[in-house]
Ligand binder design. Structure first.
Ligand SMILES: Cc1ncc(COP(=O)(O)O)c(C=O)c1O
Length: 449
């Protein structure tokens, strides 16, 4: 191959020619002029043609524009910290939002068995009948709710898909979706992608990080269509009481709001706190889409199985979107999910007991370290620690914990404007690791003041 020919392999960000004198040129125009000159000098029409194609490719790649709906969407602040932490040795990860447990053998066996039995084909769009039936049975058993497994239950690729489907099924362009601030990182981007407008509901520490119906009321406009609730909560660990939800429910009924109730942490709850499914409140089942998942309860994050339950017309619109985006959730994972629901629940109890031990450790030790303020989380596996006394931003705080202590946490600002002044610490990591992280924080936190 002649050295000239290598010009063909020119790349957008690494423009270099086989002649060795056009290295790292960012401007394709310069390259184009040089290349044309070279080709003209070489009198080779074919090479000239190939060069023109390469240059055109670069021009097209440079000018490619994505849809406007992506303009206000940024990558999750969680991922940024994880990328910074990549490859750092001896690191303690308190950033991750997934249980560190292996699902129990009966769940794994069910997945393997389904493969051995040749259940490797497309599943029905809405999910395998056995799983939809098991989900409807669970709703009846846990909350006394009746859902028709054939028309009111949809199996999705995790809770995140269910949330997105609910939003695209509900939102017209410009409709407003009320969402807590701080809140789970997926809500705002999903609302934007669905063409909606996210409206932040400030959720403050002085109110124990709970959605306050009066604050919600003050934010409702004629464009308000949806409210997303999440109890037990990520990132704050708060849990709404019966009374809190009753007020929100009343408001939703009065103001004709549809509720997307994200209940993926329903089983991870401590002390005397109780989880109340929003659909059980008066007038709510017909206006609530309940989102759930196997990721947290059964430590099945990688299986990607979640679900939505709600009124038939909404589930049917969500099914249409699901059909054309995902087609169906993978079959072995669905069989594993059936085993999770129908099998022993001892694993869940043991896991929550272990989270509880870590939660107490984190809460008591963190509060002993000067500068931190941390309320005892009532659910999920996150502590949302107040770091305002340190006088630096949550992003800088998390980065310093990473650089100086090799501890990964998530800055509160990743969850919304009102998350500033906090860091999220996940205790879905071994007790000893949480202990190690606390030892390190104790040593270095004084330097941050
Ligand atoms: C509040 C909340 N909802 C939904 C999800 C989605 O989980 P998955 O898609 O794994 O079911 C998460 C995951 O972190 C979460 O924290």
């Amino acid at each position: 191959m002649s050295s000239f020919w290598k010009v063909q392999s020119v790349h957008r960000d690494d423009l270099c020619s086989g002649y060795g004198f056009v290295y790292n040129l960012k401007s394709f125009t310069v390259l184009r002029i040089l290349s044309i000159l070279i080709c003209v000098l070489e009198h080779d029409k074919h090479k000239q043609f190939m060069l023109r194609i390469e240059c055109e490719k670069i021009r097209v790649l440079k000018s490619l524009k994505t849809a406007r709906r992506f303009r206000n969407i940024r990558p999750s602040g969680i991922r940024r910290l994880f990328s910074l932490a990549n490859g750092v040795p001896d690191i303690v990860r308190l950033g991750i939002g997934e249980p560190d447990f292996v699902p129990p053998p009966h769940i794994l066996e069910a997945a393997k068995r389904s493969l051995d039995e040749g259940k490797t084909h497309y599943a029905p769009n809405t999910g395998i009948a056995e799983l939809r039936e098991a989900l409807a049975e669970k709703a009846k058993r846990d909350y006394g709710l009746s859902y028709n497994p054939d028309s009111e239950v949809l199996v999705t690729a995790g809770g995140v898909e269910a949330i997105f489907l609910a939003l695209i099924a509900l939102m017209n362009r410009g409709d407003e979706a009320l969402v807590s601030d701080p809140s789970f990182v997926c809500y705002r981007p999903s609302i934007l992608m669905a063409g909606g407008v996210p409206v932040s509901i400030p959720v403050l520490e002085k109110d124990n990080f709970k959605l306050d119906a009066e604050v919600v009321m003050s934010l409702i406009t004629e464009k308000s269509r949806v409210i997303i609730t999440n109890t037990p909560n990520n990132p704050t660990g708060s849990v709404l009481t019966h009374d809190d939800i009753a007020k929100l429910g009343k408001l939703a009924v009065e103001r004709d709001l549809i509720v997307i109730s994200d209940e993926v942490y329903e089983k991870i709850i401590y002390d005397n706190a109780e989880h109340h499914c929003l659909a059980t409140f008066p007038g709510m089942q017909e206006r609530t889409i309940v989102i759930n998942s196997f990721s947290k309860t059964y430590s099945m994050t990688g299986f990607r199985v979640g679900c939505a339950m709600g009124p038939e017309n909404l589930i049917s619109a969500m099914t249409l979107a699901h059909q054309f985006i995902t087609a169906c959730v993978n079959s072995p994972a669905q069989h594993a999910a059936v085993a999770a629901l129908r099998g022993s629940q001892k694993f869940v109890k043991d896991m929550v007991n272990e989270f509880d031990r870590r939660r107490r450790l984190l809460h008591s030790r963190l509060n002993e370290i000067g500068g931190f303020g941390c309320s005892l989380p009532q659910g999920a596996f996150y502590a949302f620690a107040n770091i305002k006394e340190f006088g630096i931003s949550s992003e800088e705080f998390s980065e310093r914990l990473l650089n100086e202590g090799k501890i990964v946490t998530v800055p509160g600002s990743a969850f919304g404007r009102y998350g500033e002044g906090y860091i999220r610490i996940s205790y879905a990591t071994a007790y000893e690791k949480v202990e190690e992280a606390l030892d390190r924080i104790e040593k270095i936190a004084g330097n941050f003041m």
